[in-house]
Design a binder for this molecule. Structure first.
Ligand code: GRF
Length: 208
């Protein structure tokens, strides 16, 4: 059973997909808490609805960004977890604290990294004129959207696409990809060596 802490700042559709996969028995896990830097994040309201601890940490109340990061790290340690899942969390983690976490930290990004990192990935992909974009689940490191790539799903960019339509089609794939990766993680099937990540599939593990 994978104990998950979700960090989210917004509407929380990836959180909802993960929770649904748990409820449907597809993912052997439990969301121990949802933590947000935004008081009115829909993700927090959803967690509360589900009876999951929903924690808001205010940067203003903590007094500084550094104090916020320290408190966030303390909360994560207090709750206990097997992994941290960033799902629409809009801050970078302070590596001074989080490099000590020692367990996987995952993020999902709405582009095929290393193309189009940052907060405007779908817009940037359209502006560049790529024919395929998609989504990426990766391990988090000290940089922005720069950690080792675990899995990706390509999504074709249509001539009729605007930011909204492309984002929606990518988002539908994000939900599947995150659940898939977390399922692999729960089953101990993700192997990481430096930047290279390998996923052991059924056929491989049954012959090992
Ligand atoms: C997703 O597109 C994710 O890739 C990006 O932020 C968005 C979060 O959406 N990092 P949601 O809050 O999970 O609905």
């Amino acid at each position: 059973m994978l104990n998950i802490i979700v960090l989210a700042s917004g509407r929380g559709s990836n959180l909802m997909a993960i929770q649904a996969a748990i409820e449907e028995g597809q993912l052997d896990g439990e969301i121990k808490a949802v933590i947000s830097n935004r008081r009115h994040a829909a993700a927090l309201a959803y967690a509360t609805e589900k009876g999951t601890p929903a924690i808001w940490i205010s940067q203003e109340e903590e007094g500084s960004r550094k104090a916020y990061e320290k408190r966030l790290y303390q909360e994560v340690e207090r709750i206990g977890s097997d992994c941290l899942v960033m799902a629409g969390y809009d801050l970078l983690l302070d590596w001074d604290y989080f490099q000590q976490y020692g367990k996987p930290i995952l993020n999902i990004h709405p582009a095929l990294l290393p193309s189009f990192p940052g907060m405007t990935a779908q817009k940037d992909a359209l502006a560049y004129g790529v024919k395929y974009s998609g989504c990426t689940v990766h391990f988090v490191d000290a940089g922005m959207d720069s950690g080792p790539i675990i899995a990706q799903t390509p999504v074709p960019v249509l001539e009729t696409d605007d930011q909204e339509s492309l984002s929606q089609r990518i988002l539908a794939e994000e939900h599947k990809l995150y659940v898939y990766v977390l399922t692999m993680l729960a089953q101990g099937r993700i192997m990481r060596e430096g930047r290279t990540v390998r996923l052991a599939h059924d056929t491989e593990s049954s012959t090992e």
